[in-house]
Design a protein around this ligand. Structure first.
Ligand code: KIV
Length: 299
């Protein structure tokens, strides 16, 4: 199939097909995306889940953390991804401050992402009171992914962007959070920045889907941020990232070549321009010669 063509024979990813993948031991692939062209590419590459992560705050919108990104900003990005996506499941992150205070807030915000954003499911961070929010959203008919370990919305209270679950107490708390989120009805849980040996012990105790990022290989699937995996990230890159391409270098190369071509008058050439009928052109020249602008421009 040529690029640009969409495969209409492929089945859409659903919660049921993801559960089948888990049962069959087939790894689930999740990636973030924030716009329609990236969604199309993720679809063409055959990923299972596309997450409109609130990492958009950092990698797209230029904020220092995920905390400032708003529901309205995330909705714009979610709608764009929806327009580019056909087969993968579309999950949207509920941003910080939009779901924590009450079940009513949580359900209303989740409904906006489904109704206005076109999301199939939402993701929320942490255990504790988030467990009740997850239960309320699931009860409202919206599938939920939980997120434990390093939860960037709570980075300040976690002491920064640090590996989580490095003591037996912390690891046991992670398991409690995961089990509570699972019992609240989450169909999947993202486990971020947790020692692989801890994940090895926790993941088999969960029957919902587990998706790791910096949590080793024992989870049912993996997720990475678009910009990290394609080598576009500016500044610090986490230890768990493997860049599978170097789009930063390739993009700089392309833009440098464009800049040089414009400055040297080498671009555009005739092949990049539109033609006009010669009679029309002659007519235009005659009109311009008679126009006041032509007189004004005579010295
Ligand atoms: O916001 C995000 O991109 C995420 C993933 C890293 C899981 O939450």
């Amino acid at each position: 199939m040529s690029s640009g063509q969409r495969d209409t024979t492929r089945a859409r990813v659903t919660l049921a097909t993801l559960a089948e993948q888990k049962a069959a031991g087939e790894p689930v692939v999740m990636v973030t995306a924030y716009d329609a062209p990236s969604a199309r590419i993720a679809d063409e590459a055959g990923v299972d889940i596309v997450l409109v992560g609130d990492s958009a705050a950092n990698v797209v919108l230029g904020y220092d953390s995920t905390v400032p990104v708003t529901v309205e900003e995330m909705l714009v990005l979610t709608r764009a991804v929806r327009r580019g996506l056909r087969h993968p499941l579309l999950v949207a992150d509920l941003p910080f401050g939009s779901y924590e205070a009450s079940d009513t807030d949580a359900v209303r915000t989740a409904q906006r992402f489904v109704k206005e954003g076109g999301a199939d499911a939402v993701k929320i961070e942490r255990g504790g009171t988030t467990v009740d929010r997850a239960r309320a959203i699931v009860a409202a008919g919206i599938p939920v992914i939980g997120h434990i370990g390093l939860t960037p919305q709570a980075a300040t209270s976690l002491g920064g962007y640090r590996v989580q679950g490095r003591t037996a107490d912390q690891a046991e708390q992670l398991l409690r959070d995961a089990l509570e989120l699972q019992n609240a009805g989450c169909f999947a849980i993202v486990i971020e920045a947790v020692p692989a040996a801890v994940t090895d012990l926790l993941a088999p105790l969960l029957h919902c889907l587990t998706i790791g990022i910096g949590a080793g290989a024992a989870t049912d699937g993996q997720v990475l941020v678009w910009h990290d995996l394609l080598g576009i990230t500016h500044g610090h890159v986490a230890k768990f990232v493997r860049p599978f391409a170097d789009l930063h270098t390739e993009t700089v190369r392309g833009l440098t070549a464009y800049t040089a071509a414009v400055r040297s008058h080498e671009f555009p050439t005739a092949e990049h321009t539109y033609a006009i009928d010669q009679n029309e052109l002659g007519d235009l020249r005659a009109r311009l010669a008679r126009s006041p602008a032509a007189e004004d421009s005579t010295p």
